[in-house]
Design a binder for this molecule. Structure first.
Ligand SMILES: [Zn+2]
Ligand SMILES: [Zn+2]
Length: 63
């Protein structure tokens, strides 16, 4: 199954596991839930599917 890295501050998502920082806002990317450590499997994830923790502010495209 695919895993994603998401930016907690903006809509940026990547499947490139080597990337550490958001291309747009330079925030550190999240590759897993900080609470339950489950990998992020949805490109547009906002909440963790397993524990409900909010992973990012929103999925609003960058203007
Ligand atoms: Zn970002
Ligand atoms: Zn979780």
């Amino acid at each position: 199954m695919k895993r994603y890295l998401i930016c907690p501050e903006c809509a940026y998502t990547t499947a490139n596991r080597r990337r550490k920082l958001c291309e747009y806002c330079r925030s550190e990317l999240l590759g897993q839930c900080p609470i339950c450590k489950k990998p992020i499997r949805e490109e547009r994830a906002i909440y963790c599917k397993d524990c409900g923790t909010k992973l990012r502010i929103s999925y609003v495209p960058i203007q």
